[in-house]
Design a protein around this ligand. Sequence first.
Ligand SMILES: *Cc1c(COP(=O)(O)O)cnc(C)c1O
Length: 452
Amino acid sequence: MSNELLRDAYVRSERYLSEIDTQRVFPANPDLMALRGFEEPFPEKGHDPNDILRHLDEVGSPATVASTGSRYFGFVVGGSLPVSVGANWMATAWDQVASSSVTSPATDKIEKVAAQWLLDVLDLPRQSAVGFVTGATMATFTALAAARHKILKKQGWNVEDDGLFGAPEIKVIVSDEVHVTVLKALSLLGFGKSRVIKIPTDTNGAMDIRELPVLDSQTIVCTQAGNVNSGAFDPINEICDLAQSADAWVHVDGAFGLWARSSSSRAYLTRGIDKADSWATDGHKWLNTPYDGGVVVCRDGGTLHGAMSVSAAYLKERDGESQNYIPEFSKRARGVDIWAALKFLGREGVNDLISGCCNLAQYFANGLEALGLNILNDVVLNQIVVSWDSAEKTEALIQAVQQDGTCWFGPTVWKGHNAFRLSVSSWKITSQDIDLSLKAIENCMKKIETPK
Ligand SMILES: *Cc1c(COP(=O)(O)O)cnc(C)c1O
């Protein structure tokens, strides 16, 4: 009975994935309307589990976004490598509390190996502590909690015990292109998102280092490796040099961009990044693992432990228990998805994935330019910012392409211009997909230009 049920789930998932590239990328209206099928009162009696899966598939699947397919260029989403999906399923079947070696020796070991591999492939200090969190937002939250711990401890202030009221001030520096989730992390930590110093950026969205105030030992600088629009990198090498002599803390938000470090052709963008104090990245974006896969890396494991550790009578303090390095206590075995992806790809495969997406982005940009569109950013990574002749035409084109359904991307505002943004971040995307998408974009442009 339960075997059959899980086999049915597998068959349905398999069919979904095998048909995804022939579907519209964003669901059509009737499929969206059909979602009303989920609006039922809470059932008094339970349902047949087979019916539940059928309902999920028949009503849910058609209204999903094909972001795990090969022509989704919205946000920075990435697909999922099949091996990573499979590993995720197995880890779900195990249902481990992946917080310690007592609750799960297997996942504890796998996550420790994955942690070392991450430090290796991203070429970060090998003694760093690594935590598997839900995403880059929580990775930054966790890292900045460590920074707060360290800076206040230097002042003799125990922030975990005594909180922030009356604590010595911490200066927080971000750029005016800071990702909104860094501001969210700052707000959750009591730093406030308006109480930060915002540094202007250059034309490609990288922090202008000439505008940086004098750093001191009470300062956190939040840098960005991979601007969410343009893919630009802050001058992290230079910022780290300034910070080191001032004993300031440098955090790197590298949700997707940190992966440039694993690409032989793009690693130059990340020069000196290993001199920072903490890093946030995601498996679920560019490494193409399923969601719920963020990673925090902190050079000084003791500091991260100081900020995150828990103790209880029923817990024995063991070095390296994951619950002492991340906000969560119980957690699913997120590191297993990442382990599987890294083992499948190897150093060569990660390089091919990252370099390949960057090359395809360049190819895409050239094709868009040939159609008469304007490329607004310097395409250094996998991100393209594009506009047409006017804000109205740009908006009309986005609408038309989304209606058409061949591919999907969304609007952004770049340096005051209405634009759209494309991200090439999935293992599935090929040059044929880009050709198909260019064709669809060209057709939409023609329709808009033809007088009605
Ligand atoms: C996506 C993103 C984040 C947030 O990551 P989540 O995994 O969604 O929490 C932070 N910074 C940048 C640059 C991003 O692209």
